[in-house]
Write a new protein. Sequence first.
Lengths: 234, 243, 308
Amino acid sequence: MAASSMRQFRAMLRKDIVMELRTKEMLMSMGLYSLLTMVVYFVALSQAGSAFDPRDIAAGLLWLAFIFTSMLGLNRSLVHEKDQGCLEALLLSPVDRPVIFFAKVIGNLIFLLIVEALTIPVFAFLFLQGSEMVTSSLALIPLVLVGGSIGIAGVGTLLATMSVNTSGKDFVLAMLFIPLVYPLLLGAVTATGAAIVGGPEALGVFWTGMAWVFGYDVIMLLASYGLYEFIVGA
Amino acid sequence: MGEREPSAPALEVRELTRAFGVRKALDEVSFSLPERAFLSVFGPNGAGKTTLIKVLTTLLNPTSGEAKVLGLDVVADAVEMRKRIGLISHNPLLYPDLTAEENLLFFAEMYGVDEPHVRVAELLEAVELDHRRLDLTRTFSRGMLQRLSIARALLHRPEVLFLDEPYSGLDPHAMDILDGLIAQIRGDHTFVMISHDLDKGLELCSHALILARGRVVLFEPRTAIDERVFRETYRTTVGMGVA
Amino acid sequence: MKSQTTRAFVALVIGGVLTLGAFLGAFFWAGVPDFGFVRTAERVESVRYQGPFDQAIDETRYLQNFAGYDVEVTAGGETVRGELIEADETHVTLATADGEVRLSAAEFDSARVRGSSYGRPDWGQKIFYFHVPAAEISFIVFGFAAFYSLRFIMTKKREYDIRARISMEVTLLFIMLTMATGILWTKAAWGVWWDWEPRLTTYFIMTLLVIAYFVLRNSVEDEERRALYAAAFSILGFIDAPISFFITRLIPSNHPVIERGGLEPPMLVSFIIAQIGMIAFGYAIYQLRMGEMLLKDRIEQAKTQLER
């Protein structure tokens, strides 16, 4: 009887994906939430007139949408496990807790990236019509998306594992998540902004922002990975 | 795979304590259970029965003391131990958006069961859910969920089975199936069952344990129990109410 | 137990005396120097206000500080402009082109003072003595909290959880102090109450982290789980805070940066005393709370003993 970590990891990831594809619950709610955010953006900016360049604020608006959408998704993903006591069943099986962590993080990451990939064209369609875009620097955007989403998924999974067991749930997750993810957000918005605006200094700013994103990812993922074991069993 | 002497106990608990601050969920619990025994655990709410099971199934860590299942320490050899124990809880511990078959296959993968499909099919038949194997468990009745849960617990052929009020909420048919299954595997498995049903618990057990306020009130092999005295003790401890 | 409470009270008294002493020293002894070696980018040359200003005054007594400045006084419907000679609660004296004019406070409506710079005693700078030590202490205690949290996770001993929580309480106190003094300083130095300036923002984030800690604690029922979760978050927060602070170096800041080390003796002494005072203060609060917690514990234990 061999239960290699890889096998368990794949089984857990596959389970999450199958369940999600079947119900489309997370993707639908996250996608629609993103869309609703766009509507609110329109209203929020409707009085600003045409004096400002939407490219300047695009990065911030996008990541704002991603942050709140991801909190929604993280919550749901963990609620699934808690519902029928399934997390307990997982903890009973001979699986190393960090493997559970990574399976959950990767699962959340995938869903988040899907929603982001769908949101960006919609955003561009709605707000960036007629703006000049430098295609060469645009190609860097996927990099920021992945980098930022890794951090969000990593820290978010740990925090959601905790928040799902509290009486505040969504609110507690937001309270814990936003202050912690602030540096990541700053780096991601800086980098994304540079990529969208383009230009000669863009590359320098981009890579500075990315450096912070990657730095944050490495440090916080390590910390989350280390702490998960103690949190999930409680 | 640790070898142990043939007469070694299946369960060995020594001054097991689980406390945080002044509140003690388990207070120096000690007992020893031989192999192939059936232990019924009784006690009022909050006595620590579920906590005991959780510690023995590695879901919780003890604060002090020792517990060994099949010679393996619940803390040090946790991963190894999980391969050889199973838990049937009053929660079905199943994913509602997966089919019965998918649920079992998933857990089979997690336990590293050889030839998972064969084993899953075998168990689905044993719990009489073969005809519903492609249905989402979200559509199952409570009794069916519990039956499937039994199948899940037996996937990896555990040597020790823990049951936390398994009969609660079951319809008579499901109860029969459970009885049948237990009878079938009784021979070469060790059981630890929490039950609020005194009759059922006494009927099945080879050893009985009464817990109250985290302490052992009584631990006896069935043969040494005078039923009247036992019922009296049971009544008084359970009558003590919440610990 | 008694000795601990005594120690705490002694520390509290010492802390209070020292802090108060530093305050007084700051006001009187350290004088009104030009805190010139503190450089801030762009907005002010030094923390002593410089630069053109145009100030509206509506009571004569407020004009006292502006002797020698160009003022325009509106009184009884008329406007008189000249250099201010003196002013107090009852009258204002100006030197106009037509000679000295003395106006009574009764007739006084309003005045405007214009100038290119003024050397008003810079009370704003005084806050420095409290703001910086408070900020420093808040970080240190935050670190202690993370340390105790780590110990708790490693040992699961409840005493570490208690220490961690109390440390966070003390951190919260000092953070509030820092924020309050910081906001006052912002107003005094730059004329605005708040600015989304990087260092302020990241300190605000730290405030949120500490508040979040208590929100988390309050929302978990089970004791051990609560302690574990809080410990994990405290550690994450402590790792996050420096990252947040270093990231601000990316962004140009208006926040005062010490260019040259060395404070003049009166100021240095005041500063150090304030530091020590703050530390003692923090320690005192910590100990008092600890004593309270331990006492609570003993009562709980006694209660449980009686129940059995």
